[in-house]
Design a protein around this ligand. Structure first.
Ligand code: MN
Length: 372
C-alpha cells in the first residue's frame, strides 16, 4: 500500500534569469548567486558584496544508503521543472508541498532595504505564477526583514494574489530589530488578519551552513543549523507574539519535531520558577502556546512520531525535503512505511496529511486517496 502524504518542507529552484529579467541591472547584480570553482569542488555564494564558500559533494558512482548515487540524490528529475516534478511527486506518493525558494533563502543576508524590497516583489510574482499552475504547490511569499512597512505592504499584496504563507528568516539581519521587538507588531497583525502562515526554514545563512570545522564538523553543523528554528519559535512564544495573535501559525521546517516538547518544558520551567525575574506576561503557559500554534517538520527522525504519541504534541508534520540530499526522494515510501506501519491510522494521517491540511486546507486531499 502506498502511504500518501503532504510535505511541509520542499524546495524549488528559481529560474536563473529571475532577477536579471525582473530587476534593474544595478540591483540584479547584487542578488544572491552561486559561482562554482573551476574544478567543481566548491561554490562561492555572493550576496550584495558579501560571500561565503563551501565544498560541494564529489561526483560519485557509489550508491549511498538511499540506494542512489550522490549525483542522482542531488538532482531529482523534477528539481528544476514543475511538470516533471509532479511526476516525481506522484511516484513518491506526495500530494501538496510547502515549497521554499532556494536562492531566495539567502535573501536574509541582504542588508540594503531597497534591494530587499524590490527583490522580493520579483520573487513573489514568480511564486504566484507557480502556485496558479497547480493547487499542490504552496509557495510562501518572501518579505523584506529590513523594513516593517515594506513587509506589511508585501504581505497584503501577496495575500490578495492568493499566497497562503510568508517565509521569514530565523532572525533579522544584524543591526535590525529582532522579531521579539514591538517594531514588528504590524507584521504579525497583517499576517493574522490575512490568514498567512509563518513559514521558517532552518539552516540557511552562511554561518549556519558552515559553523564548525574539523573532525565531526560536517555532521554537527547539520544539528547546529536546526537550533536557529528552535530559538525563533521560543522567541515567538516567550515574547508574547503568538499569545497576542492566537490565530497566527508558525511552521519550523527541517529541524525535526521532538524538540518542541523539550523546548516547551524549558520555557515552562523558566516562566514558572523565574517569574520574579522575567517580565513576560502571557495568558497561557509557553508550552501550551508552542503546542497550539507551532508546527514542526521532519523527514527521517525515528523519534518524531513519539512527540505526538508519547508527548501529546499534535502538530508533528512530515516533510520530504525534495529535492535535497537530506530528503527522501527515491525512498519516500520506504521511509513512510518504517515510520508508520506500527502506528494507528489516525496517527499516520495526522502527521502525513492532517497537520498540513490544518494550515493549508485549500489543497484538499490527494485524488489518489483510497485508490492506491
Ligand atoms: Mn528543507
Amino acid at each position: 500500500m502506498k502511504i500518501l502524504s503532504n510535505s511541509g518542507d520542499s524546495h524549488n529552484m528559481e529560474p536563473p534569469n529571475l532577477y536579471s529579467d525582473g530587476l534593474p541591472k544595478a540591483l540584479a547584480e547584487r542578488m544572491p548567486r552561486s559561482v562554482k570553482s573551476a574544478d567543481g569542488g566548491s561554490e562561492t555564494i555572493y550576496v550584495d558584496g558579501r560571500s561565503f564558500s563551501r565544498d560541494l559533494p564529489k561526483i560519485s558512482t557509489i550508491k549511498g544508503k538511499n540506494g542512489l548515487t550522490l549525483t542522482e540524490a542531488l538532482r531529482a528529475p523534477g528539481s528544476e521543472d514543475m511538470t516533471t516534478r509532479r511526476t516525481d511527486l506522484d511516484q513518491e506518493g506526495i500530494w501538496a508541498e510547502l515549497i521554499y525558494p532556494s536562492v531566495g533563502l539567502w535573501n536574509s543576508m541582504i542588508t540594503d532595504p531597497v534591494l530587499a524590497r524590490e527583490a522580493v516583489k520579483v520573487a513573489n510574482d514568480w511564486a504566484v505564477d507557480i502556485q496558479h499552475q497547480n493547487i499542490r504547490h504552496v509557495m510562501p511569499a518572501q518579505i523584506s526583514p529590513l523594513d516593517v512597512d515594506d513587509a506589511v505592504a508585501e504581505v497584503s499584496r501577496t495575500a490578495s494574489l492568493g499566497l497562503k504563507a510568508v517565509n521569514l528568516p530565523c532572525s533579522t539581519p544584524e543591526g535590525f530589530p529582532d522579531f521579539n521587538r514591538p517594531y514588528w507588531e504590524p507584521l504579525w497583525s497583517v499576517m493574522e488578519e490575512a490568514g498567512m502562515v509563518i513559514a521558517v526554514h532552518t539552516g540557511v545563512s552562511g554561518d549556519e551552513a558552515v559553523h564548525f570545522r574539523g573532525p565531526g564538523a560536517g555532521t554537527v553543523n547539520y544539528l547546529w543549523a536546526s537550533y536557529s528554528g528552535m530559538t525563533m519559535a521560543a522567541f515567538m512564544v516567550a515574547s508574547g507574539v503568538l499569545d497576542r495573535h492566537p490565530n497566527l501559525k508558525l511552521v519550523i521546517s527541517e529541524a525535526g519535531a521532538t524538540w518542541v516538547p523539550f523546548v516547551g518544558d524549558r520555557l515552562n520551567e523558566a516562566y514558572r520558577q523565574h517569574s520574579d525575574f522575567i517580565r513576560d506576561n502571557l495568558t497561557r503557559l509557553p508550552k501550551e502556546i508552542l503546542y497550539d500554534q507551532v508546527y514542526a517538520t521532519f523527514q527521517h527522525d525515528e523519534s518524531a512520531v513519539a512527540a505526538l504519541t508519547g508527548m501529546g504534541y499534535n502538530n508533528v508534520m512530515w516533510g520530504s525535503d525534495y529535492p535535497h540530499l537530506e530528503g527522501t526522494f527515491g525512498h519516500t515510501q520506504k521511509t513512510l512505511h518504517e515510520l508508520f506501519d506500527d502506528q494507528p491510522a489516525e496517527v499516520r494521517h495526522r502527521i502525513t496529511q492532517g497537520a498540513f491540511l490544518e494550515l493549508f486546507p485549500h489543497v484538499g486531499s490527494s485524488p489518489l486517496e483510497g485508490k492506491e
